[in-house]
Design a protein around this ligand. Structure first.
Ligand code: SF4
Length: 250
């Protein structure tokens, strides 16, 4: 299936104006739980500190690549103090396979210095403390809070944002608004799972360029699918009427 552009899809969605109700949200969650009962963070980590560093490294980079780099990285720099006292060049060398390694190295070193100076080398669990660390934005803070500390949050990454739009859970133009819309629609007990479930579905079935709708059990709940179906019916009709017009003019 050829994917609609984000703008085309938004225009169609505005035309459609069919808000998702509670029963549909429940159905969606039931399906996600059925498909991905073990959905969880796919980064490898053994404590909140390693998770924080892995999430910082994962920006615009695959979890798979981060997981290739972190075993050696954490063997060399096992805690905040070791990153804080290392030279930037050593950190950069250890993460150079990862995109944006220079800025990530700088952020990690500085964030670790703050962890040592202000938090005894531990990762804080408060949103405010986390987003005050260099290189830690709202999404990273939410992942750390939910995965490391079990605090209900919905971290919105590119998969969660795309799926939330396709499934008609939001029409937000900003990621923060997507998060707020999801928090309104999804029961709080399901926030952490929803983040992982949508990421699993985005990675395995509902990719940005070529969603495998023919394999997806969510078609009945999906605004994007309905829109694509309508478009292909419209295109087919146009083709048929263009064909008859040509025949009549002969
Ligand atoms: S039907 Fe499934 S795969 Fe297709 S766009 Fe919707 S959620 Fe994605």
């Amino acid at each position: 299936m050829l994917a609609l552009s984000f703008r085309e899809f938004q225009l169609e969605l505005e035309r459609e104006e069919r808000p998702v109700n509670k029963a549909q949200v429940k159905e969606l969650l039931d399906e996600l739980y059925k498909m991905y009962p073990d959905a969880e963070c796919e980064l490898t980590y053994s404590n909140p500190f390693e998770l924080l560093i892995a999430v910082m490294l994962s920006a615009q980079c695959t979890d798979k690549l981060v997981n290739q780099v972190t075993p050696d990285l954490f063997a060399k720099f096992p805690d905040a103090a070791s990153f804080a006292s290392a030279s930037l060049a050593d950190i950069e060398t250890a993460i150079r396979k990862i995109g944006l390694f220079r800025s990530k190295g700088k952020h990690i070193k500085e964030a670790c210095r703050i962890l040592v100076d202000q938090f005894g080398g531990q990762v804080p669990s408060s949103h405010e403390d986390l987003v005050n660390l260099p290189g830690v934005g709202r999404k990273t803070a939410n992942v750390v809070r939910s995965v490391a500390f079990g605090i209900p949050t919905i971290a919105v990454d590119t998969h969660v944002d795309r799926l939330a739009h396709r499934l008609g859970l939001t029409k937000a133009q900003q990621v923060l608004q997507t998060e707020l819309d999801l928090m309104k629609k999804i029961p709080k007990d399901d926030w952490i799972f929803t983040h992982h479930g949508l990421i699993f579905h985005g990675r395995r079935v509902c990719s940005a360029r070529a969603p495998k709708c023919e394999q997806c059990p969510l078609t009945g709940l999906c605004s994007y699918y309905r829109t694509q179906q309508k478009q292909s019916v419209r295109k087919q009709r146009n083709k048929t009427s263009a064909g008859s017009a040509t025949q009549n003019s002969v």
